[in-house]
Write a protein that binds this ligand. Sequence first.
Ligand code: SAH
Length: 399
Amino acid sequence: MSVYEIGLRLRGKTVLVVGGGTIAARRVPRLLDAGAHVRLVAPEVTTTLGDYAASGELHWDERPFATGDTAGAWFVLAATDDPAVNAAVAAEAEADRIWSVRADDADASDAWTLASTAFDDVSVAVSASGDPSRAAGIRDAVAALLRTGDLDAPRTRTRRRPAGVALIGAGPGDADLITLRGLELLRQAEVVVSDRLAPQELLDLLADDVEIVDAAKLPYGRHTTQEQINAVMVERALAGKFVVRLKGGDGFVFGRGAEELDACLDAGVPVQVVPGVSSSIAGPAAAGISVTERAIVHDFTVVTGHVPPADPKSRVNWDALAKSNGTLVMLMAVKNRAAIAEALIDGGRDASSPVRIVENATTKNQTVRGCTLETLGSTEANHPAVIVIGAVAGRRREL
Ligand code: SAH
């Protein structure tokens, strides 16, 4: 079955969608995105479609399909769960010479919705003789190539690079947990200032002429490393280079992202922030621990343990944490875990509270150890580790 591929420019044109179930819900967002005036005819609709109707983004006729409904439409989607109704919709459209898609029957359909993807200003649509899953698979492969720029080399080379600094959260460890936006910007970097905890495989993607500054190896001199990092970023950006500051997890969770942001803003350097997947949530998740669970815990607190509780420099209210029953997620707490456990027990946390220590979360070296608050101090733990304390830790699922 061969098709003639065209791109419909639907802006301002009426599109009739008959049926308000999951298929319609999947198609409608793209139609709205293309600027179509969507008229939905269905006695009942999904919550999402109902929300569109309530906010005026589409018009909903709350009733079954009726003769004459296709009038005025440029394009029709028959997406009810009743083949007879879909056939009637398609027949009426055909009689009016309106192109229509029958969601339930590719053979009987005048037009097909192709598997499509868009990236930057390119869109690609795939049809595979009516085999939707094969089309979707090829679409996904093309989408991946588009994102890496491999398919579009001349353009990638001439594309205007972003300017200034991008503060990018690189995710908790596994290289493919960086966001799509983070990866795209990283590929355009001319200078990368990297951290020890940022996935090192990501640096392999960079061309040889990209300058990689290893933040851990910067000399201290008269300044702290953080001042050095800020200075390198700002200096390279002011010299016209596009600088990526690549940080483990999310840069704003114990990542000094705020200080780096300030340094850029103070220097008048354009700066963008790309959030990352933080080890504070992803670490437990990768080990089968949900930091909240509807039936038992309604809050979680992410705490740094790099300052012990009794230290005058501590800014954490350990007593309040001890009295709460929420989940505690401890970062940078390996060294001080005994003192932390003691402070929590002294403050009222049950000594038998379950604890899980997740080391090297999301990487091939991930390990998980279990203990209780009472035995935390004497249980082995190695950096980097996320320590989860509370009822959810005891409900870990084996993955
Ligand atoms: N900004 C980071 C956290 C930086 S603080 C984030 O959002 O994830 C560094 C601490 O994060 C480590 O001491 C450790 O507690 C935790 N951490 C980071 N990556 C980790 C990983 N892969 N596994 C376990 N803990 C990790």
